[in-house]
Design a protein around this ligand. Structure first.
Ligand code: UDX
Length: 438
């Protein structure tokens, strides 16, 4: 299958490389010349485990090329739209500029039988609007919506072996049949491996994606709300999560209390979903997502307050070590990262913050050059009066008190992700505080 992928960010670059890895002929398009130059020379423009390997093998096979010129899509039959839908400045809605520009850019090159496939997370109603646009300009081409559920850090695996496939197709049965056949060819390997497939209408496909993210965000905020109660009662939210998680109706995954969720998806998707519901006159249906968001943001404030408390009432000119800046481990993504937000807030209070991360320093520095970044844990904790573990990278989870206690000025640690052994730190004489557990 000849495929184009418009947008080569965290989603599109992985999708393009994974499709080539599966044996398709792929061209990736992006307006960012630096990104395209990197990808074309086999370099991943961001950190994603497994991506450099498939980029190298796919480029070597000759099946994967990149271009900044939309004309390079000519000859492809399936065109994936994988551009971003960030939060619009000054609003909760999704910014649709990039999706519209991608589809408009594609229109002159569409030929009879081509299929435009939306992957971006969009407000419900977008697919039918774009399908009409495609029909007007290229009557022989069609549109389908095929949401992406990949998790950063596992993006390659999630793309090659997804846990489900969803196709949103046209209400016209003939068009729907053709779209389904083309997508089945694209995803032949996953379908052969019995990956569940849901074929549905446009609106449902769009809603599946935002509902999945809203559910995950709600699950995390639920356990963080319980953590708030545990914090004032002396309960242990981790043991509680284990206990309720044994009920298979509830499940243990996504019940890790901590400093809350971040990233380029969950926060902006719940806001955009709520904003869309309001436009549809159903704001009350999703009003609870505002609470989910509020609980989530309170976790960041809670850590800042706890730091101030542990530093004796003020953070001004106190030395704070921050371990972790990415919104989660195995990623260099700092979009809406709770860890970075906490570091920035403490810096704003006059604390002398020294922050480190295995992969995200460059991105964090570009956005917040006022922070002081260091390469190693040893440099971050040197002379620190308090240490904050904010992103649970493997190398931070395994830190022992003995490794850093000769370096710090004060034996105080906040475990923002509940990943350290509290007894081990207390036994070594540290003041250890965690999220919703003693
Ligand atoms: C998410 C969805 O999981 C994915 O299906 C969708 O396609 C895109 O959005 P991602 O943003 O990569 O993926 O990260 P995810 O692993 O879902 O984590 C989101 C945030 O929640 C992170 O900040 C993580 O630290 C936090 N989290 C996750 C918790 O705080 N507790 C948990 O138990 C799980």
């Amino acid at each position: 299958m000849k495929i184009s992928v418009i947008g080569c960010g965290y989603l599109g670059a992985v999708h393009a490389a994974a499709m080539a890895e599966l044996g398709h002929d792929v061209v990736g398009i992006d307006v960012d010349e630096r990104k395209i130059d990197a990808l074309a020379s086999g370099q991943a423009p961001f950190f994603e485990p497994g991506l450099p390997e498939i980029l190298t093998s796919a480029s070597a096979s000759g099946r994967l090329t990149f271009s900044t010129d939309m004309a390079a899509v000519k000859g492809a039959t399936v065109h994936f739209v994988a551009v971003g839908t960030p939060q619009k400045p000054g609003s909760y809605s999704a910014d649709m500029t990039y999706v519209d520009a991608a589809v408009d850019g594609l229109l002159p090159y569409l030929q009879d039988g081509d299929l435009v496939v939306g992957k971006s997370t969009v407000p419900v109603g977008t697919a039918s609007r774009l399908a009409a646009k495609v029909k007007d300009s290229a009557p022989g081409a069609n549109l389908a919506w095929n949401p992406e559920f990949l998790r950063e850090g596992f993006a390659v695996q999630d793309t090659i072996s997804p846990d489900r496939l969803v196709y949103g197709v046209s209400p016209d049965p003939e068009v729907a049949g053709k779209s389904r056949a083309l997508l089945n060819e694209v995803y032949a390997k996953a379908l052969n491996e019995q990956t569940p497939l849901v074929v549905t209408d446009y609106a449902t496909a769009e809603l599946v994606k935002v509902s999945a993210n809203a559910f995950l965000a709600t699950k995390i905020s639920f356990i963080n709300a319980i953590a708030e109660i545990a914090e004032v009662t002396g309960g242990n939210v981790t043991e509680l999560a284990d206990a309720i998680g044994f009920d298979t109706r509830i499940g243990r995954r996504f019940l890790n209390a901590g400093i809350g969720f971040g990233g380029g998806c969950l926060p902006k998707d719940i806001r955009a979903f709520g904003a869309r519901a309001e436009e549809l006159g159903r704001g009350e249906s999703l009003a609870f997502l505002k609470e989910v968001d509020a609980i989530n943001l309170r976790r960041r404030q809670h850590v800042v307050d706890l730091v101030v408390e542990m530093l004796g009432g003020k953070a001004f000119e106190k030395r704070v070590a921050v371990l972790g800046l990415a919104f989660k481990p195995e990623s260099d993504d700092i979009r809406d990262s709770p860890s970075l937000d906490i570091a920035v807030q403490l810096n704003g209070l006059g604390a002398i913050v020294r922050a480190t991360d295995p992969e995200a320093i460059q991105n964090a520095h570009a956005k917040h050059p006022q922070l002081h970044f260091v390469d190693t844990v040893a440099e971050a904790v040197e002379d620190a009066e308090i240490v904050l573990l904010l992103t649970e990278w493997k190398e931070y989870r395994s830190i022992l008190p003995q490794q850093i206690e000769g370096l710090v000025a004060g034996k105080q640690i906040i475990d923002g992700r509940n990943v350290l052994d509290s007894a081990q730190w207390r036994d070594a004489g540290w003041t250890y505080r965690a999220m919703g557990r003693p």
